[in-house]
Design a protein around this ligand. Structure first.
Ligand code: IVH
Length: 682
């Protein structure tokens, strides 16, 4: 019996690995996702029942779930060196000359793309992945094996038979461009829902695929890694007595063992061939789904590599050629300063329009005062603008030879000291890169931005009051603070352009209805910096009314999950502002909810503290919204989509099969409505 179970486990594992290889390495699927998942489920079930047969390299390990406390720092058997760089054809030809001068006349090159990710060294023993270690400082790196096992294109078990008993293979783990865009898109949606503004969103999004790869590999929860669909190209094999004579042959062989080897590698007979390869890929690389920053050129023969040897830091038989980032020179015509909803000032370079990598560039971000000072960029300067992995073009440097020292304009740039919108003095706190305008209640873009936020759907939900009307009412002097919304009179509204009787009535009805919006949303609506929808809810249910929040000390505020020191200080600063006190008083008099309702109070607890739920389907005892509310009132959190971090999926009737599949795949616990009710009654 047990023998047959073991065989069954082995058989399913083999089949899954085969499908996996076809899909992720060969890009040639041989089974539907559904059948694959069913088979994987069967394997996971059997392994749960018979844990004695669970193999460390079972395909079930790819879904992740292992939590690492910290990564072990381990020494590399062979140090992980770096490569010398070249930036133009001349330097590349110098490299070719050095090889010839060393005494090698007949040789081949192999050219490969230089993938921009995180380098990794994989050790295989008897065909099994034993260890995966990052480069670290080259001598020692982090053991990230559990995370690497979730990367589907990395074989856990090798194919065929004639691989060496023990060897290391190195390569580059990367996040495909499409995956990078997908994750950022999802994060953006979630952040907008949570009430963050553009500036805060761009701070939180993944910066570029390389950064994202390295951040992902450092995750302590391997399930989170599995969700990010990293990929890996392998490009060098190391070991004792390896059975091949050249680099090219070694990779062709490695491909047969199941490794993903780039199809863009080419064997070339001379440096001229390399130059052609460079110019071909300089353009074509943009079409790939992986970021590349250059080409690596290697002498093919292992014997010749050995003869050439190493310098202290890098091999003499290989070199990197770095592509020039798309770069162009243009003139800085002026600098303007934008004021965001939170009062942050962003300097923007207005450029003489110029073509760059297929788009017309007119503006570039200058980020903050430090960057301007470091670049010493002045109006009228000729500047170099570059487009790297990031989306917004950057000013890289100034062409000083073109600076006209006698021109009036060529004065060092003085950063503005006063707000361009309201003329208040700008403040730059220590540790902050940005200058801020603190005139929250008088600076037009801030006031209008705050009002737009106040009326938004997840806040007071006054959809009859749009951005355009806010601007009109603001310009007419009818709206100075959010409190004025509750003083609007019909006769005033009718004086506004294009405002008819019906829209005025609608608007006033919306304002009236908003007085019933519950406390947690009012707290979100008033727009305290760093307080998104979730934090507002936590604060509301923890403190129950606005007076208690106002009276809380910094230490007390830190007791609320989600509130860090910076947020706590912002809350204290907010409530100590006299003008804000006045606005809040007016809102209170107008009848807004500044405390939890009796019903909310009788339903709150901490029973679901720190637990996250995905609620899906139709329920018999409560509506979905009621269930969601109950979760929050009891300290839990509702999340939109299932991830490795989700604690429970609360499944009703007709829950989508995709969600169910995902929950099962990620091992997230699925509970019924009754089980949920039990959790609260326990
Ligand atoms: S070969 C002795 N080949 O570039 C070093 N490296 O500075 C041999 N890289 O850390 C490296 N693509 O992370 C090689 N096709 C490729 C590569 C590649 C990317 C990275 C690697 C290494 C760095 C070299």
């Amino acid at each position: 019996m047990s023998e047959s179970i073991r065989n069954k486990i082995e058989e399913i594992s083999k089949e899954l690995e085969e499908h996996n290889y076809n899909y992720y390495v060969l890009s040639n699927p041989t089974v539907s996702d559904f059948d694959f998942d069913k088979l994987l489920e069967k394997l996971i079930d059997l392994e749960k029942q018979y844990p004695e047969y669970l193999q460390p390299n079972s395909p079930s390990q790819r879904v992740g779930g292992t939590i690492t406390k910290e990564f072990k720092n381990v020494k590399h058997k062979y140090p992980m060196l770096s490569l010398g760089n070249t930036y133009n054809e001349e330097e590349l030809r110098d490299f070719d000359e050095r090889i010839k001068k060393a005494g090698i006349s007949e040789f081949e090159y192999v050219a490969e793309l230089k993938y921009d990710g995180v380098s990794i060294s994989l050790t295989y023993v008897d065909g099994m992945l034993k260890q995966a270690v990052t480069r670290g400082d080259g001598e020692k790196g982090d053991d990230v094996t559990v995370n690497v096992k979730t990367i589907n294109s990395i074989p856990l078990k090798l194919r065929g038979e004639n691989f060496p008993a023990e060897f290391e293979i190195r390569g580059e783990i990367f996040m495909p461009k499409s995956e990078f865009l997908r994750i950022n898109e999802e994060m953006r949606k979630q952040l907008i829902e949570d009430g963050y503004d553009e500036e805060e969103i761009s701070e939180r999004l993944l910066k570029n695929p390389r950064n994202a790869t390295s951040g992902t590999l450092k995750q302590l929860d391997s399930k989170a890694v599995a969700e990010r669909n990293l990929d890996c190209y392998l490009y060098s094999i190391l070991g004792e007595n390896l059975p091949f004579a050249s680099h090219y042959d070694s990779l062709i062989e490695a491909k047969k063992w199941g490794f993903k080897i780039s199809a863009d590698m080419e064997k070339l007979s001379s440096v001229d061939g390399v130059v052609k390869y460079l110019s071909k890929w300089d353009k074509k690389r943009h079409d790939l789904n992986v970021e590349t920053d250059g080409v690596v050129i290697k002498v093919n023969s292992f014997e010749q590599q050995k003869f050439l040897g190493f310098t202290a830091k890098s091999p003499r038989w290989a070199i990197a050629y770095k592509f020039k980032a798309a770069r162009v020179a243009t003139i800085l015509e002026s600098i303007s300063y934008q004021v965001g909803r939170t009062g942050a000032i962003t300097p923007v370079a207005n450029l003489k329009p110029v073509q760059l990598a297929g788009t017309t560039v007119k503006r570039a971000s200058l980020h903050n005062a430090d960057i301007i000072e470091k670049l010493d960029v002045r109006i009228g300067d000729t500047v170099f603008v570059e487009k790297g992995g990031e989306i917004i073009p950057k000013i890289i440097s100034v062409d000083l030879s073109k600076r006209d020292l006698f021109s009036e304009a060529a004065q060092p740039t003085k950063y503005i000291t006063h707000c361009p919108e309201c003329n208040s003095e700008l403040v730059r706190s220590s540790g902050e890169a940005n200058h801020y305008c603190h005139n929250e209640l008088g600076c037009p873009p801030q006031v209008k931005g705050k009002m737009e936020h106040f009326v938004s759907r997840k806040a007071m939900n006054i959809d009859s009051l749009g951005a355009e009307t806010i601007a009109q009412l603001f310009d007419a002097g009818l709206l100075k603070t959010i409190a004025d919304i509750y003083d609007l009179k019909k006769e005033d509204l009718l004086k506004i352009d294009r405002m008819a009787e019906k829209s005025a009535n609608n608007l006033l009805a919306g304002v009236e209805a908003s007085k019933k919006v519950p406390f947690e949303r009012v707290l979100f609506a008033i727009g305290i910096r760093h307080i998104g929808e979730t934090t507002a809810k936590k604060l509301a249910f923890f403190y129950k009314n606005i007076e208690s929040i106002k009276n809380a000390t910094l230490e007390q505020l830190l007791e609320v999950g989600d509130v860090g020191e910076r947020t706590a200080q912002t809350i204290i600063d907010y409530f100590s502002d006299k003008r804000i006190e006045e606005v809040l008083n007016k809102l209170k008099i107008a009848g807004l909810q500044f405390e939890l309702s009796d019903e909310q109070l009788s339903n709150t607890s901490e029973k679901l503290k720190d637990l996250s739920f995905v609620v899906s389907g139709v329920f018999s005892k409560f509506s979905r919204d009621e269930i969601k509310k109950t979760i929050e009132q009891n300290g839990g959190k509702n999340v939109g989509s299932i991830s490795g971090k989700t604690n429970f999926v609360l499944a009703g009737e007709n829950m989508g099969p995709e969600k169910l599949k995902k929950a099962e795949k990620l091992g997230v616990k699925i509970i019924t409505e009754d089980e949920f009710i039990n959790m609260l009654e326990e």
